[in-house]
Each structure stands twice: as C-alpha cells, then as structure tokens.
Ligand binder design. Structure first.
Ligand code: SF4
Length: 308
C-alpha cells in the first residue's frame, strides 16, 4: 500500500489544482541577469556558473512555442492527455520591459495544452505594473512566481553576492501574494557561514512570509564559479554535507516549516562534468524515497516543530 506523504508534496498540490496529469516544461526565453550586467550588481551570485552565462546560451535560437512543442512531444507519447506548465526557468524571467514580458508569457499560454505559467525570478526584479498584470492573468490561468530567496540572512546574501536583501525577498513575496498570485521560494541549504542551527532557524523565517511552495537544495560547488575558487583557496570556510547528514538537516528544517507550505524538491543535480562537490550520484526520486523512509523512522512530519 502506498504510504501517505509526511510533507505537502508538489504533485498532490498539482492534482488539487488540475484534473489530469500536469508536467512543467523548462524554457530558456532569452532573458539575462541584472546581477551580472551592473543593473543590480556585477559578476553574479558566487555559486552561479559563469560558463552557462554566455550570449550563445542566452540567445536561444528556438522560440518559446517551439521549445514548448518539443517538450510536449517528449511527454505526449506516454501521456497523450498531459497538460503543461510553461516554466520560465533560465536566468531572471521578469527582467525586461512590460510589453516584451507580456509577449513572452502570452506566447507560451497560446500553445495548445499549456495551462499555466511558472516564472522564476529575483525578488528585486518585479515591478508593481508587472504584478498587476500577473494578477489579471491569474484570474484566467495558473500563475506561480518563484523567487530565488537563497537565504534569510543578509550577511550570507552579501557573501554570495546576491545583490538583494532579505527585506527585498519579504517585500516581493508579500506584494505578489497580496494580489492573489501564488508565490514560490527557493533556498540553498549549506551556504558558507551558515551552521546547521542557522539553517534550521531559517525555516521559521521562511514560514513567516506568504509562500505557497518551496524548493530547497544542497549547496553544490560548480566548476568555474567564484565559490569554487573560494573553496579551493579556503576549504575550511565550507561544510559540504554528506547525503545522510543533509537528510537529517532537511528533516529538521521541514519539521520547523509552516505545515501548509508545498514542498517541491529537496535536491539539485548539476551535470557531472560541472560539479566539483559534493557528488552524491542520487536522483531526486531516490532522495525523496529515502527521506520518506527516514521521516517515518523518526516519526517526523512537516510542521511538527513549527511555532507561529
Ligand atoms: S543565480 Fe540567477 S541571479 Fe544569480 S547570477 Fe545566476 S542568473 Fe543571476
């Protein structure tokens, strides 16, 4: 018999919103990043891979609709009735003029079978005008804005050169949610300078803002990044989790989270050739399976230690 989830899982959330199966299709819509070109900062976040930030990669030749059609082909042979969410994933997907943004989002929504948008962005890169437009769109279709929060600690945010503060994150999430738009957050567990206690304490802070969904993943050191260089020069500044230790941190974190936040993922898997450390060789579903088992052993569940 299938065991119930011990946390709010994303697929159950999607089933509550849509009849039938829904799959996200990742897009590179040709956006760039304001934390690299001087608009918000220079050089980008220290963990972000510079090799993937080059004009060729950004200037994708394929239109948004073609990327979606190709994504659909991949899934449709297995599930002919599948519906899709256009996932604006690469770089900062609200970085641009309002007319250009509308054009991109509406191109995606015009593709047959696309039933909504997921828009990944930075908390300091959404205007009131854009949020008003997304609120209007939300009345007709599914819209989730996913913010890279990364940490709740301004010292860490400065150290990783995020170019925004926790106050920016709070403001963006509140202004999005108060318009009735679904809000997602993304955090990295294990950033330099953050102890296990600091990380788990962040769960309460993250719980205090009106997020609907949350993604978390382990810190990964990617070749060619400033953080990889820092690690090579000062490995003592880093604590890279082993998989079992990371799982214990995740469980502790999840227990301190607000019980209604939907948890979308716990692990990231960068391409092997780019990954410096840690290399766990684990797929998402394998981690999730082990996590559920360990949570059952510990009688742990989301929100168990949550305090308003
Ligand atoms: S992680 Fe995102 S915000 Fe940071 S440099 Fe990379 S693309 Fe820009």
């Amino acid at each position: 018999m299938e065991q119930p989830f011990l946390y709010n899982d994303f697929s159950t959330f999607l089933r509550s919103r849509f009849a039938g199966k829904v799959q996200k299709i990742s897009l590179n819509a040709g956006f760039t990043c304001p934390n690299r070109d001087g608009t918000k900062g220079w050089g980008g976040c220290t963990y972000c891979n510079n090799q993937t930030f080059n004009p060729d990669y950004c200037r994708t030749d394929k239109s948004i609709s073609l990327q979606l059609e190709e994504g659909k082909k991949f899934f449709a042979h297995k599930y002919p009735d599948m519906q899709y969410l256009a996932y604006f994933q690469a770089y900062t997907n609200t970085y641009g003029g309002i007319d250009g943004l509308k054009h991109k989002y509406e191109e995606a929504l015009a593709v047959d079978g696309v039933v909504g948008l997921v828009i990944g962005t930075r908390p300091d890169c959404v205007s009131a005008e854009l949020l008003d437009y997304l609120a209007e769109l939300e009345r007709q279709t599914f819209v989730l804005v996913e913010y890279g929060l990364e940490s709740t600690d301004d010292v860490t945010l400065r150290r990783i050169n995020r170019g925004h503060t926790w106050a920016d994150s709070m403001r963006a999430v509140c202004e999005t949610a108060e318009r009735g738009i679904l809000c997602g957050g993304h955090v990295i567990l294990g950033l330099p300078g953050e102890s296990r206690e600091n990380i788990v304490a962040q769960a309460a802070v993250v719980s205090s803002i009106p997020l609907t969904t949350l993604k978390m993943h382990q810190l990964q050191l990617i070749r060619g990044t400033r953080m990889a260089q820092e690690y090579e020069e000062h490995p003592e500044d880093f604590h890279l989790f082993g998989v079992d230790e990371y799982m214990e941190v995740v469980i502790d974190y999840v227990e301190h989270l607000r019980p209604d936040i939907v948890l979308e993922r716990f692990l990231s898997q960068s391409p092997k050739e780019l990954l410096l450390a840690p290399d766990w060789g684990l797929k998402n579903y394998e981690f999730n399976h082990r996590l559920q088992k360990r949570m059952r052993e510990l009688n742990a569940y989301q929100g168990k230690k949550y305090e308003m």
